[in-house]
Design a protein around this ligand. Sequence first.
Ligand SMILES: Cc1ncc(COP(=O)(O)O)c(C=O)c1O
Length: 309
Amino acid sequence: MTSSGSEAVTGALRLARAATGRDVIVKTIGGYHGAIDVLLVQAGSGATTLGVPDSPGVPASVTANTRLVPYNDLAAAEAALEGAAAIIIEPVAGNMGVVLPEPGYLEGLRAACDRTGALLILDEVITGFRIARGGAQERFGVRADLTCFGKIIGGGLPVGAFGGRADVMAELAPEGPCYQAGTLSGNPLATAAGLAVLCELAAPGVYERLEASGAALEDAIRASGAPVAINRIGSMLTPFFAPGPVRDYASATTADTAAYGAFARELLARGVYPAPSQFECWFTGLTHTDAELAHTRRALAEAAEAIAG
Ligand SMILES: Cc1ncc(COP(=O)(O)O)c(C=O)c1O
């Protein structure tokens, strides 16, 4: 247990390096895994929104062992994994906006890791417990060597966690030599909140409801006539103000961010709170009922009309 997603990722990277005896970490361009020095290279989320995907303050020596590959480019990952300790990836990207893995991509990464001896680290800080109770790994049937969690696992309080293969976890202190610790890691208050949420998510019909509200939101955006390409899985989606399908960082960043901003402000004015950036996800939650969805549908139609005029 840790106190944040960033700490979970930091621990998982250290453990992967300790377990493999290798240094290189592969990451995807536009992937975001927390404000972690070694991964603040071509990072998505706020870093992309603010135009600082490579943050000042990170010495080149710190990122010398970080290798970048485009999302959904299996051949590039296969080449980059030679001699690497691990690849860390969001199984569904959520920090360049939502970008889905193409069929065979995650399976191909799994096979490439098995071939090269690198570890597959799936960062399920967003997808964990959102797209299925078993996260992306349940949804896509691909098993990670190490998995990172944050956000939902804390039920609104600060919790993160990482875990995985028993032989790899055995390298972690106190059982093994790879050190990790945190004063508030796994503290009872936050952990109880997370546990309560995970129990709620076990109720029948929860993921069907999330699928239905996500589908209703997608349908409402399409019906609004806003000129967007929509990527969605379950209750997470992004409408991209982009001309074509969005499958990686290069296509995501063709989006017209000014148009997105105008649309988002029109929605805000109507009491609907979309993601504050083109490069973040929109989520529906279990508290959204037909009433909120109907209100949102009207607001979307008016917002699309306002930006068209
Ligand atoms: C996929 C992913 N990984 C890791 C993190 C970092 O988590 P935290 O902000 O809890 O440190 C985030 C945060 O947005 C995230 O989206």
